[in-house]
Structures are given as structure tokens and as C-alpha cells.
Design a protein around this ligand. Structure first.
Ligand code: MN
Length: 203
């Protein structure tokens, strides 16, 4: 995978964007989507709680035909005073947004996945008073999105730290902000099924 000088993934053509996703997995064994099916309905976001070798939350934004993805070890916070590390990971297919289940332990990312939150998002990124398209915002390393989910609402800023694939995810101070709520700790269940990761382990 080629990297640009300052570390971010270069813009790739449509067919290439899922190569890394497919290369890392044996999709005949893992039960995960192979991609290719397009889902309508505009720009969706999803946060999947993934209890793998270490617990993390996969934050994904639909950008065209893929889900641009970050792994957030502590999960998103709705407290504007808390910065959360978000590590950019490989793009995922759009149909991954509905994926819940158990990935066999001998497979890449082995563990359990639930859809912790989902909904739609709006790109609010601006530069010099003009809207920046989301693909450019991701490449530039500065992105502001407004989420309309069940657990997460309002604007979040994502900023890439210099020269790395490490970003910071921070809630903006708006009506969706709440310094007392700790959804990543107190609301572990799926918004699709109500299941927790532990429920999936028992199946
Ligand atoms: Mn993951």
C-alpha cells in the first residue's frame, strides 16, 4: 500500500479502495461482507463495537462506495472536553454497516461486532468560508461532521495529527454535547438488535 509523504492514504480509484480490506481477510471464513452491493439512502455513518484482541469502536463514514474507517479505542465521547484517539484503518464496503456477528478467532479481527450506533451524517467541513468535500477533508486531515444517530448527535471534529494515521475525535459544544453521559461505557448494546458483544459470544 503506497503512502504519501505525510502518511495518509492517497486517493484511489473505486476498484482499489477495498483491496486492503479483502487482502486482510479470508471472507469465505470470516462471515463478513465481501462488498459490491450498493446501499441507497445517502451518507450514513456507523459505529461498531468490536470486541477483538482489544475492545474498540470502529467509526465509519460512508463516502461514495466505501466506509472510510477509524478505530477508536475508548469509543466516541459526547463531552467536548474529551479528545479520543482515532486510528485510520482500511476502507470497508458499504454493506459492512449492517454487519453484526462473531468473526472466528483464527480470522483477522476475530471477535464479536455489534452495530453500536448508526444514522446519517452531514459534512460541515469548511475552509475560508467554503464547504470542503468530504473526500478532500479526509485527505486534508480535518473533517467536521454532524451526526444524526441514536447515541451520537451533533457535530464532531476529526483532526489528523501531523504525519500519521492517528486522528483526534472531539465532540463540538452543541445541543448533542453532554458532559455527564458516557454512552461508550453505559450503553454497550446494538441499536439494531439490542444484543451486546457478550450475547454474541454465547451463541
Ligand atoms: Mn475493528
Amino acid at each position: 500500500m503506497p503512502f504519501c509523504r505525510d502518511g495518509y492514504l492517497p486517493r484511489m480509484t473505486r476498484g482499489d479502495r477495498l483491496d486492503e480490506y479483502r487482502r486482510k481477510r479470508d471472507l469465505s471464513q470470516s462471515g463478513e461482507p465481501s462488498g459490491g452491493r450498493r446501499k441507497g439512502g445517502g451518507d450514513q455513518f456507523v459505529v461498531q463495537r468490536h470486541d477483538a484482541s482489544s475492545l474498540h469502536f470502529d467509526f465509519r463514514l460512508q463516502v461514495g462506495e466505501v466506509l472510510v474507517s477509524w478505530a477508536v479505542p475508548k469509543g466516541p465521547s459526547v463531552d467536548p472536553g474529551e479528545k479520543r484517539l482515532a486510528v485510520r484503518t482500511e476502507d470497508h464496503p458499504v454493506d459492512y454497516a449492517d454487519f453484526e456477528g462473531r468473526i472466528p478467532s483464527d480470522q483477522y479481527g476475530g471477535g464479536t461486532v455489534v452495530v453500536w450506533d448508526s444514522g446519517t451524517y452531514q459534512n460541515l467541513t469548511e475552509k475560508d468560508g467554503r464547504e470542503v468535500p468530504v473526500t478532500d477533508a479526509v485527505e486534508d486531515g480535518h473533517l467536521v461532521v454532524r451526526l444524526d444517530g441514536e447515541k451520537l448527535a451533533g457535530a464532531f471534529a476529526m483532526t489528523r495529527m501531523r504525519g500519521r494515521d492517528q486522528w483526534l475525535l472531539v465532540k463540538k459544544d452543541d445541543q448533542g454535547a453532554d458532559r455527564r453521559r458516557k454512552p461508550a461505557k453505559t450503553q454497550p448494546e446494538s441499536v439494531l438488535s439490542g444484543w451486546t458483544n457478550e450475547d454474541l459470544e454465547d451463541q
